[in-house]
Design a protein around this ligand. Structure first.
Ligand code: FAD
Length: 315
């Protein structure tokens, strides 16, 4: 396959779907490429969403199903594969080459990166023993943590919310943070830390994860002002925040795309990046504190409009 499209959207989360529906309503032909399930991060949300315009509260899965139905109704073509690598070419009508997993290539005049964010990883020995630690939901079946000692690494909203969800179930919760300051909502921090069975280990780094024969996790902790020690826990949640995720890019593209300090792509009003013809929307283009479903959706719509205006201008 080596087809050329006016617009290719990479990523079928809130931003990519918002953009696809926006382009459909503007009559701009496009293709949406998604490597996993449509909905992106929403697939990991176990609880109810309470900050979606037009809904008092809604289950993430219901929202994903609604979006999928709308894409189908609009006739948006969805290609279920991974974009392995993106490159620039000289032809202005097919400027971007998207190399897909499986060696096929697509070409696009306009490229919209809506590739979201992925959990930040610790990069320590033993991390691979607990791949679920990054995604394990505490709102979906919190009873599974009943009677367990759970360690949570991270001090942002997701770490605190995880701890609060487990308060009625876990036997003991140990919150481990590198800093002395918690980044999450002060009210959540106060509620969590005031519980008797919660211990906070500030200025402490997790440096190694091992597993005992009986399944107990052995966490090597390095506090800043005391000797290294091993903490035995039954479960581990790694909540280190999410990092903007950009697919692998060719040299010319990688060096031309400007990023912020946090790694997110720098964009203008309509999602235009520093490279003509490349747009970005959603978490990949938003600094961490400002990420949300509504933001991603709105940025997708804005990028759709900006791309349409650019296309019409050239006609
Ligand atoms: C547990 C959790 C709870 C949350 N709770 C809320 C909440 O209550 N309210 C709220 O507003 N927000 C919440 N958020 C944040 C919200 O989900 C995100 O901000 C939003 O969904 C981001 O949408 P996105 O489209 O930018 O990115 P994503 O949802 O990350 O979608 C990106 C998509 O791109 C695909 N992709 C990436 N690379 C490639 C590639 N190379 N090829 C093909 N496809 C690719 C991915 O598979 C993914 O589907 C929560 C997030 C999490 C993880």
């Amino acid at each position: 396959m080596s087809e050329t499209y006016a617009v290719v959207i990479v990523g079928g989360g809130a931003a990519g779907i918002g953009a696809a529906l926006g382009l459909a309503s503007l009559g701009i032909p496009h293709l949406l490429v998604e490597r996993g399930e449509l909905g992106g991060q929403l697939r990991a949300v176990g609880g109810l969403l309470r900050d979606i315009p037009g809904a008092e509260e809604v289950e993430a899965e219901r929202l994903c199903n609604l979006w999928r139905r709308r894409l189908r109704a609009e006739g948006t073509p969805v290609l279920r594969t991974e974009v392995a690598y993106v490159d620039v070419q000289p032809d202005p009508e097919a400027r971007y080459a998207l190399h897909l997993a499986g060696n096929e290539t697509l070409r696009a005049r306009f490229l919209l990166l809506a590739t979201g964010a992925l959990p930040r990883r610790l990069g320590i020995p033993g991390e691979d023993l607990v791949p679920e630690a990054y995604t394990l939901s505490t709102s979906r079946n919190p009873e599974r943590f009943a009677g367990l000692h759970v360690a949570i690494v991270g001090g942002g909203d997701r770490a605190l919310e995880g701890g609060l969800n487990l308060l009625p179930h876990a036997r003991r919760i140990t919150l481990i943070t590198r800093s002395r300051r918690l980044r999450g909502r002060p009210a959540w921090a106060k509620r969590l830390l005031s519980a008797e069975h919660v211990t906070w280990r500030p200025e402490t780094r997790l440096t190694r994860i091992a597993r005992d024969a009986d399944g107990t996790l052995l966490l090597t902790l390095a506090p800043s002002e005391s000797p290294q020690e091993v903490l035995r826990v039954d479960a581990l949640l790694l909540r280190l925040g999410m990092a903007a995720h950009v697919p692998p890019l060719g040299k010319a593209l990688a060096s031309a795309l400007e990023r912020r300090e946090d790694g997110s792509l720098r964009t203008g009003e309509g999602g235009e990046t520093s490279l003509a013809g490349v747009y970005a929307a959603g978490d990949v283009a938003t600094p961490p504190p400002f990420r949300s479903v509504a933001n991603a959706w709105a940025q997708g719509l804005r990028a759709a409009k900006a791309i349409a205006l650019a296309l019409w201008e050239r006609q």
